[in-house]
Design a binder for this molecule. Structure first.
Ligand code: ZN
Length: 239
């Protein structure tokens, strides 16, 4: 049986959502049309408005509707502490823990050479500009405990320490709360082999941060290519 054109478009559109296959999309479409047309209209309006109005915070890249997000605009937040996370969902998770009062920087991903995601895509320029303002003294690296998350943390960690900042590492799964700021660097959940790979490469890549312009980029590209090979080899132990 074929869907009518309008229904086909709806099912296809719903499949854009992560984790939604053809069956789930069909179930959602039928549900909205048969049982909740008002909900469907509200969903359409909310989507329309969010897509039109939600942008990235000028300072931290969090999703927001103003120029600055609520956290960056709040005068009482500790402006000397910065927590670097991969996604807006991580900001929400750390905020819900209630133990952190500083600001954030959202990478919107992690270093992933296979997908063409490097420092530029993660807003490292904007991060450098933020650090250049000179208020931040302490940085907490809260990227995810994956190979790419660790590589990203090492890359950033070396560069941030070179700037004289206090850097600590926290991985998902560790307690997030009062001890957040003092959590030691840890990759305890990881096989030692991968740790060595990531630590070694991360150190070198981090040192490159201090080099300027094209030289940094060419050496960096070479190292990232090597990291992707290692990632591929390590992949089967991880997935
Ligand atoms: Zn912000």
């Amino acid at each position: 049986m074929k869907y009518s054109p309008g229904l086909a478009r709806l099912v296809e559109a719903l499949r854009l959502l992560p984790g939604v296959g053809p069956k789930s999309a069909q179930r959602m479409a039928f549900h909205l049309l048969e049982r909740n047309r008002e909900g469907g209209r509200a969903l359409a309006r909310a989507l329309e408005e969010a897509v039109a109005n939600v942008v990235h915070c000028r300072r931290c890249r969090m999703l927001t509707e103003g120029e600055l997000c609520e956290i960056c605009a709040a005068p009482r937040r500790d402006a000397t502490a910065l927590c670097i996370v991969e996604s807006p969902a991580d900001v929400v998770a750390v905020e819900q823990s209630g133990g952190y009062g500083g600001r954030y920087f959202v990478l919107m991903g992690h270093l992933s050479p296979l997908d063409g995601i490097g420092p530029e895509q993660l807003g490292f320029d904007r991060l450098e500009a933020l650090l250049d303002e000179g208020e931040i003294r302490e940085v907490i690296l809260a990227t995810n405990p994956t190979v790419e998350g660790e590589a990203t943390a090492h890359y950033l960690g070396e560069a941030l320490r070179a700037r004289g900042l206090a850097v600590s590492r926290i991985a998902r799964g560790l307690p997030v709360g009062g001890e957040l700021a003092s959590a030691p660097y840890t990759v305890a959940e990881h096989p030692l082999a991968t740790l060595a790979i990531v630590a070694g490469l991360g150190f070198v890549i981090g040192a490159l941060w201090k080099m300027g312009g094209s030289r940094r980029e060419s050496v960096y590209d070479g190292l990232l290519a090597r990291l992707s090979d290692l990632q591929r080899q390590a992949g089967r132990h991880w997935q």
